[in-house]
Design a protein. Structure first.
Length: 122
């Protein structure tokens, strides 16, 4: 699995642009910051929150999945290249990645077979 990021400079410039627009601090599950979009994910008793919400991110912006789970799982990001993360039965596991190409990409719980969030990259 390759995690190279050829458009690093573009990502940095976009991060600057994002910082000019401010952030939605204080909102419940999603908090945007100039540096990264953090998506808080909770898996418990065979269910997952959030469940299919759309999260908007910038091309090349860091996306951090902050996962708390009571069971092992595998989280897939259906981008190209795809990202796969091994989830343990632990709180506050962080997985950070970015997506360079615009589009909408599903983040899926492999064990539960459900879409957690859709990342709308533009
Ligand atoms: Cu998948």
């Amino acid at each position: 699995m390759s995690l190279t990021r050829p458009v690093r400079l573009a990502g940095a410039l976009l991060a600057v642009a994002v910082s000019l627009t401010g952030c939605a601090a204080g909102s419940s599950d999603f908090s945007a910051s100039p540096a990264a979009v953090v998506v808080k994910i909770t898996e418990q008793d065979g269910t997952v929150e959030p469940s299919g919400d759309t999260v908007k991110v910038e091309q090349g912006q860091d996306i951090t999945l902050l996962v708390s789970s009571d069971a092992e799982d595998e989280i897939h990001v259906h981008s190209d290249p795809e990202h796969e993360f091994e989830v343990k039965a632990e709180d506050d596991q962080e997985f950070t990645f970015s997506i360079d190409d615009p589009g909408t990409y599903e983040v899926e719980s492999h064990e539960l077979g459900v879409v957690i969030v859709k990342l709308q990259v533009s």
